[in-house]
Design a protein around this ligand. Structure first.
Ligand code: BTN
Length: 246
């Protein structure tokens, strides 16, 4: 891994994209940009990613051969394992399509999902992929958000976490190249807090409610509606049908 660490950036992913496309700048795959703070951190659907410090904000340049629809899922699995391994937290899961979730104890003895991290895979120069990873280590004041340190109930070192994510990613990418997407999909489903739940998905201005039944071979979310019609979604924002986050 070739690490570029800066105190402040607009966005680690935007910075990495600029470096990758700069004339004469031959960046190596596995170059990683980390910032202590981002002023324009962003996530899926152009949403803001609050990055005021107290989190891991990293973007990794990955070679073209790993570009696939499975990529966000591979990144999610790698981030999940790394978080579990480094923090010891066992109450974590993945929410379709790119969220890392802490299954926090709710006020009525129930479980309430809170977002502690997110991934964003974007195409870049010469078919490279930039995988952006944001993980809240300390709490942030964003609705439905939590932090890895709250989930683990202990401090977490962001450099240990980054190293573990990169190691997990390289193992999982190699495995995906060897075994194909099916292994990724079944592992992702096992870690999912979405599959089997009654959800509402918002996609292209439509709101569809049903049971999140499965992921297909293209990593699309399969939703069965009440009258039996089945729809496959390749993007969208999911909440539980009762309106809660996860
Ligand atoms: C999401 O939940 O929608 C994805 C969030 C991804 C945030 C990370 S933080 C590091 C990198 N830089 C960005 O601007 N975004 C990603």
């Amino acid at each position: 891994m070739h690490l570029i660490h800066l105190t402040e950036l607009d966005s680690t992913s935007d910075h990495l994209r600029r470096l990758a496309s700069a004339e004469g700048h031959d960046l190596l795959p596995w170059t990683v940009v980390v910032a202590d703070r981002q002023t324009a951190g962003h996530g899926q659907h152009g949403r803001q990613w609050v990055s005021e410090g107290g989190g891991l904000y990293a973007s990794i340049l990955l070679p073209p051969e790993v570009a696939s629809s499975a990529f966000t899922l591979i990144g999610g699995l790698a981030a999940l394992s790394a978080c579990q391994r480094v923090s010891g937290a066992s109450n974590l899961g993945l929410k379709w399509v790119n969220d890392l979730v802490w299954l926090a104890p709710g006020e009525q003895g129930d479980v309430r999902g809170r977002k502690i991290g997110g991934l964003l895979a974007e195409a870049a120069h010469r078919r490279f992929v930039i995988l952006g990873i944001g993980i809240n280590l300390a709490p942030v004041s964003v609705p439905d958000a939590g932090s890895l340190e709250q989930a683990a109930n202990r401090p977490v070192d962001r450099w240990d976490l980054l190293e573990a994510i990169v190691a997990e990613l390289s193992v999982r990418i190699a495995r995906w190249q060897r075994d194909g997407a099916q292994d990724v999909i079944s592992r992702w489903k096992a870690a999912s807090v979405t599959i089997g739940r009654r959800i509402r998905i918002e996609c292209g201005g439509r709101l569809v409610e049903g049971i999140a039944e499965d992921l297909d071979e293209d990593c699309r979310l399969i939703v069965r509606r009440d009258h039996g019609q089945v729809e496959a979604f390749s993007s969208g924002t999911v909440r539980l049908a009762d309106g809660s986050y996860a």
